[in-house]
Design a protein around this ligand. Structure first.
Ligand code: G3H
Ligand code: 13P
Ligand code: ZN
Length: 335
């Protein structure tokens, strides 16, 4: 058993108290490898933002769970060293399991130093979701690990998150879910979805210059949920904006991304003014990383040293996370 406290992580409880009072959200950024992790830490130390380092089930098996544990341990050390060398404050960091789908997976993460876990029972019936989430909460809380549950289903196809259609969260269910499970935060479905194709072109309007504008998120449902559980931390998954410039760079350097549409950043900014405390972003990082690598190989096709193309990819990620913290989530300077 490794406690997250020994590793230097914090759980999300204190973080969310601050976000709620300060009307901003913490970035929950996914990583699968060293360069992504370095980029998140560098960006968040430099903007002085609290951060949630997010690991999916797929990331855990891709990176190897034992190696990942040491990477996680290194994360806190790296953050401290960087903060010291730049004369900046240390930042609060949580290590979080994204979309845990079984009790066993959540238990294993709690036991190996995660400070927060998500149990995603949203594909089960309401009753089964409550039972599974409650079981995870009972275990995690013994170790002061915070738990995120989910009500409503997000559309999108990811390695371990598969749903063809989204189902909005029903505001009338949230009080019962939160009180019966004891969760610390709640992920909701109000129109966001996973991946780079969040809306079909026919759901969008098209501007004169060919940009798809998606329908607005269901802020009415968010407001209704807040009314039911005032002051309770809300989580927004599927919050990538799918930047047109990243898509353009990918496609002009040999890529074939079709009809990519994300959530406009001003809508995410608007959501942070509510009880939304945590905003999940993965796809934007994938896109910028791919764009930088594709561009590098177009410009320098003879390169074969991974540092030559992963270095610019890491820098593109740093720039993106700083932008999110400073201009979208409002988490800059909030340590
Ligand atoms: O919501 C899912 C995250 O983007 C993680 O995706 O399961 O492919 O690692 P993944
Ligand atoms: P995006 O695919 O929009 O980045 O969402 C990521 C996410 O919700 C991770 O849980
Ligand atoms: Zn998600």
């Amino acid at each position: 058993m490794t406690s997250y406290k020994e590793l230097g992580f914090v759980n999300t409880r204190q973080m969310f108290k601050k976000t709620m009072a300060g009307k901003f959200a913490v970035g929950a950024y996914n990583f699968n490898n060293m360069e992504q992790l370095q980029a998140i830490i560098v960006a968040c130390v430099e903007t002085q933002s609290p951060v949630i380092l997010q690991v999916s089930k797929g990331a855990r098996s891709y990176a190897n769970q034992t190696l990942l544990k040491y990477l996680g341990q290194g994360a806190v050390e790296m953050m401290k060293e960087l903060a010291k060398s730049e004369g900046l404050k240390e930042i609060p960091m949580a290590l979080h399991l994204d979309h845990g789908d079984t009790f066993q997976l959540c238990e294993s993460c709690v036991d190996s130093g995660f400070s927060s876990v998500m149990i995603d029972g949203s594909h089960h019936s309401f009753e089964d979701n409550i039972a599974l989430t409650k079981k995870v909460v009972e275990y995690a809380h013994k170790f002061d690990v915070t738990v995120e549950g989910e009500l409503g289903v997000l559309a999108g196809i990811e390695e371990h998150v598969v749903a063809e259609k989204s189902h909005y969260t029903k505001p009338e269910e949230v009080i019962e879910f939160v009180s019966k499970t004891g969760v610390d935060s709640l992920a909701i479905s109000i129109g966001t979805s996973h991946g780079a194709n969040k809306f079909k072109p026919e759901q969008c309007t098209k501007t004169a210059d060919g940009v798809y504008v998606p329908p607005e998120l269901r802020f009415d449902i968010l407001a209704e949920i807040e009314k039911q559980i005032p002051g309770f931390p809300i989580v927004l998954h599927g919050s990538s904006s799918v930047p047109a410039e990243a898509v353009r760079l990918i496609n002009s350097n040999g890529g074939a991304l079709k009809d990519a549409v994300g959530i406009p950043e001003e809508q995410i900014r608007r959501a942070t003014q509510s009880a939304v405390c945590k905003v999940n972003i993965d796809s934007d990082g994938r896109l910028w990383m791919t764009a930088a690598i594709r561009k590098h190989f177009s410009d320098k096709p003879a390169d074969f040293d991974p540092r030559k193309y992963l270095g610019p990819a890491r820098q593109a990620l740093i720039d993106m996370y700083k932008h999110k913290n400073e201009h979208v989530l409002g988490s800059a300077g909030k340590v």
